[in-house]
Design a protein around this ligand. Structure first.
Ligand code: SF4
Length: 312
């Protein structure tokens, strides 16, 4: 009886060993196939990422890599622009405040009615809050946002003669306006360099090991030090565009990412090129963008305008 039991145990051990060997062989075959399928440049970062912790990147190498990523992104998104529709600094300021906790698309679908009815800070300052709430309802948090934009408009009217100020120190004094909003307005409505540290920017610069910081102000300072000031606004667009289209929070499309060879986080997302391609968004995935009125360069590059509210 003992001998039978021993034989059974031995047989089981052999079977387990065989199964493990088969599994290992299949995994190796799969990895080899993936490497074969991926372009050589896509396979490289994994090797480099593995090597990187052993030898910390020097400051000079970091600056070079960061600037190279920005240059490559400039080629990928030559038409990058702020994704909020606006025609003047007031509209951009209000749209940026409204964009909290919602998409730029939803803001762009909402603001045409708002600015048609209240074209100036004076008009919005004197508005009936209930009527503004009705217009802003699609943006979510519409009561709080109504209070914000009316308060903001009152401050512009009372303290700045109805004009949006073009200085950071004045902008951040306005109710509901922090450094992020101020830099969006300065960079895009006044042509003054600014870094926009939004959620995409924070995620990507940490994936790229440009910074370990988590506080937006510290991120802004550290990233600002890697680039000349004149690059700041375009850099912000490139990073945010990449975050929205390819390097998503949950499933980055690593296998379709043009800067994979420079990225220490390559492999955090989908590496299979075909599967990764399906994760691409907006014009990279063949879909409309966020602006109802995008710049001509975007349309010339094959980008499509977003549909108005209720149309899609
Ligand atoms: S998609 Fe992947 S490879 Fe590209 S930047 Fe993001 S984490 Fe890096």
């Amino acid at each position: 009886m003992a001998a039978v039991k021993k034989t059974a145990t031995a047989k089981k051990a052999v079977a387990t060993k065989k199964a493990a060997a088969t599994k290992k062989a299949a995994a190796t075959k799969k990895a080899a196939a993936a490497n074969k399928a991926a372009p050589a440049e896509k396979a490289a970062p994994a090797k480099r990422a593995a090597a990187r912790p052993a030898k910390p990147e020097s400051r000079t190498a970091l600056v070079r890599r960061a600037r190279r990523i920005n240059r490559e992104l400039a080629e990928v998104y030559p038409y990058a622009h702020p994704e909020l529709d606006f025609e003047n600094p007031f509209q951009l300021l209000v749209a940026t405040v409204l964009s909290a906790q919602t998409t730029d698309l939803r803001v762009n679908q909402t603001t045409p009615a708002l600015f048609a009815k209240y074209p100036t800070p004076e008009d919005l300052a004197a508005a009936n809050p209930e009527e503004v709430e009705e217009i802003l309802r699609p943006c979510g948090f519409f009561r709080a946002k109504t209070r914000s934009v009316i308060g903001l408009s009152k401050a512009l009217t009372e303290q700045f003669g109805g004009e949006v100020p073009g200085r950071l120190e004045d902008l951040v004094k306005l109710p509901g306006v922090g450094r992020k909003t101020a830099f969006v307005v300065l960079g895009n409505a006044f042509g003054r360099p600014g870094i926009t540290v939004d959620t995409h920017f924070q995620r990507l610069v940490r994936r790229w090991k440009w910074t370990e910081q988590t506080d937006p102000d510290k991120i802004e300072a550290e990233i600002g030090a890697l680039f000349p000031k004149s690059d700041w606004t375009d850099l912000s667009h490139h990073v945010i565009w990449h975050g929205r289209r390819i390097c998503h929070a949950r499933r980055p499309a690593c296998g379709a990412c043009p800067i994979a060879p420079l990225c220490p986080a390559y492999g955090e997302g989908e590496t299979d090129p075909e599967k990764a391609k399906k994760l691409l968004k907006y014009e990279k995935g063949g879909f409309p963008g966020q602006r109802l009125k995008p710049p001509q360069a975007y349309l010339d590059a094959g980008g499509k305008a977003a549909p108005p509210l209720g149309a899609g």
